[in-house]
Design a protein around this ligand. Structure first.
Ligand code: 4AD
Length: 588
């Protein structure tokens, strides 16, 4: 008979003490208080002993099998149950103690904070007027550092809280302003104020005080610290679940954002931009743009600013962002090339650094919907001049960047094995690349050996570039896989005077070519590319360049995000732009 069908006679009474029943098969160890009877037995002896009040006043009968006999609990099992109870009771009492301690500490902290609120900070008017400085100022002529025997300059400086460390009565705060940091020391009454006791990372404040050398043996940015005598907070940052550290958890070792869910971090890109990696990349980006401008200036090439809203395509219809322009069809520009070409007769060689837009339908690590395009057009040149110019631009920009200690140190940190590329770059014709891919057994996306005429897909291109391990000028692509404006090579009309620059880790970073400059040839090119008569007419302004004195010229476009991804060894161009735009993302 099972326990559910009624009580089973006790065949082996344990003692005179009332019994608690344990059925290891049909019992339960839930926490209801009415367990322990023959009808509702416990499941385990330990639980029975633990749950029973004054357990030593009972005897314990255990049944090990369905419908088995109730037998007194074995001595060893009883010993185990007693021990388990003691351990559990100790644990519970420790937990209670800890909770009580926590409560006590919270109450004490609350009391301290209430007292802190009463402390008012005021600037001491007897002190010398504080000199407003930027954190980046380290010039000894502007700021004298105090030492044992000499007072330092009293300054006022803005920053955001990077870290806060409390050490007995002192509070060390490292403030950050862009890539500069300043250690500030709060002591005395200032260290007891409410705002300093509750100071959170990213809070923005202005600190006033004497600038001093850090005591010997101690480390601080620029070997100095500000002995704060007054402060004013302009914006507090939240604590708890909404704190900066909770929203952007950083890996303590690498200092990088710790995340399995990259998309969630692109949602809060505005906060991620404050982290070290993102701000370093933005700094390199800014320096790179300046470097390109510097090189163009050195080469006497003028800057232009072509329109972003256009009615003709440059790089094929599949990636056009179309929109309604006062009732007419228009597009966001894919490239400023065609417009730059129209400026050659008036301005001569020219360049622009403008946004280009591509309605990319795939999510790859090197494609964005909006990217910064460095484009140039050069008049009266031959194809070999174009190749030499591209090489020069890349190398010179790298030289300029590496000559800036702050930028060099970021690049070296992010890309330790980086070496400025050696000139001349390896030159490889498209046809040779096809042979190379076939020899190496690298297949097309469809799993077939490459054939002359195939577009070399991203994966194959990257495998080739990574294997070769240095910049490649890949030239002479077949006409059908390239844009309509590229002229055939006189020596081999199957191919065009075209070039891609390929870099290890990223693949193509530059696309360029000579441009057809003959009127009849450009009309034939439109037709070959399948333009309708209406479309051909819409290129009237481009065609006119050939009608009114065409000249041998060429140019190129370089994707800034890809250039920086290569330079700083980033897996994706999404990290090298401020707010990446790609399929499905247009915020924040
Ligand atoms: O090879 P592309 O399409 O060439 C042109 O647009 C020419 N009209 C440029 C010219 O000759 N002025 O693009 C040039 C470069 C690529 O090598 C790549 O670096 C970048 O632009 N690029 C992109 N970068 C990020 N996301 C995308 N979707 C990109 N598409 C091209």
């Amino acid at each position: 008979m099972s326990s559910s069908q009624g009580p089973v006679p006790v065949t082996a009474p344990a003692s005179d003490l009332p019994s608690i029943y344990v059925d290891e098969v049909a019992g339960t160890d839930d926490d209801s208080s009415d367990l322990g009877t023959q009808e509702k037995p416990h499941k385990s002896l330990s639980h029975a002993y633990f749950k029973t009040e004054q357990p030593e006043r009972f005897s314990y009968l255990v049944r090990k099998e369905e419908d088995g006999e109730w037998l007194p609990a074995a001595k060893a099992a009883m010993k185990k149950a007693v021990q388990w109870r003691q351990t559990q009771l100790k644990k519970a009492s420790k937990g209670k103690e800890a909770a009580a301690q926590q409560e006590k500490e919270a109450a004490e902290r609350q009391k301290i904070l209430e007292e802190a609120k009463k402390i008012k900070v005021e600037e001491d008017s007897s002190l010398p007027a504080a000199k407003p400085i930027k954190m980046s100022v380290t010039d000894a002529d502007v700021v004298t550092l105090g030492t044992e025997g000499q007072k330092g300059t009293r300054v006022r400086v803005w920053g955001r809280v990077h870290t806060v460390r409390k050490q007995s009565q002192l509070v060390f705060v490292v403030l950050r302003a862009s890539d500069k940091k300043l250690q500030c020391l709060f002591s005395g009454q200032l260290a007891k104020t409410y705002d300093i006791l509750t100071l959170t990372p990213e809070t923005c404040l202005e600190v006033f005080g004497e600038m001093r050398s850090v005591p010997s043996g101690q480390k601080a940015p620029d070997d100095r610290e500000l002995i704060v005598d007054y402060y004013e907070i302009s914006g507090k940052a939240p604590e708890g679940d909404d704190s900066f550290a909770t929203r952007i958890p950083l890996d303590p070792k690498t200092g990088e954002v710790r995340s399995d869910d990259k998309e969630a971090f692109y949602d809060i890109r505005h906060l991620v931009l404050r982290t070290e990696l993102a701000s370093s990349l933005m700094r390199v980006r800014s320096a790179t743009k300046k470097a390109f401008r510097q090189v163009y200036q050195e080469l006497d090439i003028e800057e232009a600013d072509p329109p972003a809203l256009v009615q003709t395509q440059c790089e094929g219809g599949s990636t056009l962002f179309e929109f309604d322009y006062y009732g007419q069809k228009a597009y966001l520009t894919q490239s400023s090339q065609l417009y730059l070409e129209t400026l050659l007769p008036s301005l001569g060689d020219c360049y622009c650094i403008e946004k280009s837009f591509r309605a990319e339908k795939s999510l790859t690590r090197r494609h964005l919907s909006e990217y910064l395009h460095v484009e140039a057009e050069l008049d009266f040149i031959q194809f070999t001049d174009l190749l030499a110019h591209i090489e020069h631009i890349i190398c010179r920009v790298i030289d300029i960047l590496m000559a800036q200690p702050a930028i060099k140190s970021i690049i070296e940190k992010l890309h330790p094995e980086f070496k400025p590329p050696q000139r001349p770059f390896m030159r490889m014709k498209y046809a040779e690349a096809i042979d190379w891919l076939r020899d190496e057994g690298i297949l097309t996306d469809e799993g077939k050996p490459h054939e002359f005429g195939d577009d070399i897909a991203e994966a194959a291109e990257r495998r080739m570039t990574d294997k070769i391990g240095k910049p490649i000028l890949l030239t002479h692509f077949p006409g059908p896989i390239k844009s309509f404006y590229m002229p055939p090579d006189a020596a081999d009309p199957r191919v065009t005077e075209s070039v891609d620059v390929l870099m290890p880790g990223v693949g193509e970073i530059v696309g360029g070519s000579m441009r057809i400059y003959d009127y009849e040839q450009i009309i034939a090119a439109y037709k070959r590319d399948g333009f309708t008569q209406k479309e051909i007419e819409s290129y009237f302004w481009y065609t006119d360049q050939r009608k009114y004195g065409g000249s041998p010229h060429g140019g190129y476009g370089l994707g800034l995000e890809r250039f920086i991804a290569w330079l700083c060894k980033q897996h994706t161009v999404r990290e090298t732009t401020m707010y990446p735009r790609y399929m499905g993302r247009c915020k924040p």
